[in-house]
Design a protein around this ligand. Structure first.
Ligand code: ARG
Ligand code: ZN
Length: 481
């Protein structure tokens, strides 16, 4: 997969030694021009994302063949250098044909499982704008990273939906939620096949030669790379306008058979659910909404892809499921608008989306949050392994562990009990307002909760988020109420 090498990536290249010491510390610009770092120093996934530049926009223009899973195209990245650079990395795994930087052909080479190293054709200075054009082709379902692919081939097309790794199977990027950007997606497919993605359709699908159609989608609000998605296949697309005036686009795989009606009965309530959530979390942060019911037997999870969550078919097996719709849409605030700055802080996403389900239950008269807390606490005996995963720092292999979700929601319930409903329901919208379209940390959340409530919450956060073992319940936090 390694291709041309106009400029060497060899150790000993000018500036290499000087900047090497800066790897993993992107904030510190090297004295001499040097390489950008191959990672952003995430504490769980240190080589995800890249240092040395900041992306503003991705223009992703693709062609896809559902029969063979051949994906080809060009992504144009608009970025800005944050240090002087001799080379920089992108996260990408398909075969690259050419790279241009500010219209000059650039050298490039594969390094490790998912790094594409681009050599600057001319020196790049800090602050300079970069237009990076990458031309590529490949078969994403057969392109494995650590023996695995997050691109799902379906009987009728494909799904690019996964967390935290999904972008590098379909577009080159700075693949970390700390570098948000806007994006346009355009995909040419055989006419009759649908393409669904984030945001809005800026224009109707266009006919192209060869009995093909080019679909276009635009995400005008900055988002994390893993929240961009593609659903290609046979879909019924249902459009509407939400009570808040935003466009709603829902899409239903035609492969769902008897699960189809339950999928619709759930996803069609997205606008109502977003409206209810807006009343608790603050103004809805994006330009559109909706949901995608994925094909039968495709993915075994749901994901809060920006503006338009994608749901695996398993959620409809027992009939309609508004809880998963509540969960994924809560992520539009918690995860999508306010994103983690480090993957270790996944509780800021999953704890909040899970607690939203308890609030919905309370609203629906299907059990109060206190009842869910008591039920959950009792469901896991003190010696259960569940209590050995601290949700505030679960470990790279446990980012989606039950503890992050369930103990994560329990933590928020403890916070609610500690500060009282009035403060608790001021903290949530204050949080989404303070970090709207940005990033937040657990320390910042604790500080905000302390500021709003006027209470010292250190013991609560330490016990519930960061300490192994089942916390004892004290008066006021009692499971026995
Ligand atoms: N954020 C998703 C959710 O809880 C979880 C995705 C899990 N990812 C996976 N590949 N299983 O809604
Ligand atoms: Zn979730």
């Amino acid at each position: 997969l390694t291709v041309s090498t106009a400029g060497a990536v060899a150790a000993g290249a000018p500036g290499h030694a000087a900047a090497r010491s800066g790897w993993g510390r992107p904030a510190a610009a090297p004295a001499a021009p040097g390489p950008g770092s191959p990672g952003l120093g995430d504490s769980y996934f240190p080589d995800y994302g890249n240092g040395g530049y900041d992306v503003d926009h991705y223009d992703i223009r693709l062609r896809y063949e559902p029969a063979t899973d051949q994906l080809s195209g060009t992504t144009t990245i608009l970025a800005r250098a944050t240090q002087d650079l001799t080379r920089f990395n992108l996260d990408f795994v398909l075969g690259v044909q050419s790279v241009k930087v500010n219209n000059y052909p650039a050298g490039f080479a594969r390094e490790g499982a998912h790094e594409l190293v681009v050599t600057a054709p001319r020196p790049i200075v800090s602050g300079q704008s970069l237009t990076i054009v990458v031309q590529y082709a490949g078969v994403p379902s057969q392109t494995r990273v650590d023996g695995w692919t997050g691109w799902t081939k379906t009987t009728d097309g494909a799904l690019a939906v996964n967390e935290p790794e999904s972008a590098w199977w379909w577009y080159p990027s700075n693949d970390h939620p700390s570098d948000k950007a806007t994006w346009d997606v355009s995909v040419s497919v055989p006419t009759g096949v649908e393409v669904v993605s984030n945001g809005v359709q800026p224009r109707p699908p266009l006919a192209e030669p060869g009995n093909r159609t080019r679909w276009g989608w635009r995400s005008a609000t900055p988002g994390a790379t893993y929240l961009a998605f593609l659903a290609i296949g046979d879909y019924d697309i249902v459009t509407d306008t939400a009570p808040n005036g935003l466009p709603v686009v829902n899409a239903y795989s035609t492969t769902l058979g008897s699960l189809g009606p339950a999928a619709r009965a759930s996803i069609e309530r997205t606008a109502e659910i977003v409206d209810w959530e807006s009343g608790i979390f603050g103004p809805y942060p994006f330009e559109a909404q909706g949901g995608v019911a994925a094909p039968a037997n495709s993915i075994g999870f749901a994901l809060e892809t920006q503006t338009r969550s994608v749901y695996g078919s398993g959620f409809w097996r027992r009939g309609s499921n508004t809880y998963v719709v509540v969960h994924e849409n809560a992520h539009q605030w918690f995860g999508d608008s306010v994103s983690v700055a480090d993957w270790s802080q996944i509780w800021l996403n999953e704890g909040f989306a899970s607690y939203a389900e308890w609030l919905w239950s309370e609203e629906q008269g299907e059990g109060t949050a206190q009842e869910w807390f008591d039920f959950t606490y009792a469901s896991y005996p003190a010696d259960d392994g569940f209590w050995q995963v601290p949700p505030g720092d679960p470990g790279a292999n446990n980012v989606f562990d039950d503890a992050v979700y369930d103990r994560g929601a329990m933590t928020l319930h403890q916070l609610r009990l500690a500060v009282g409903d009035a403060a608790f329901f001021r903290i949530l919208p204050a949080w989404t307002a303070a970090h709207r379209h940005g990033n937040g940390t657990i320390a910042q959340f604790q500080a905000l909760a302390e500021q709003v409530s006027g209470k010292d919450l250190d013991a609560l956060f330490t016990t519930w988020l960061f300490t192994k073992g089942r916390p004892e319940l004290t008066a006021g936090g009692s499971a026995a109420r």
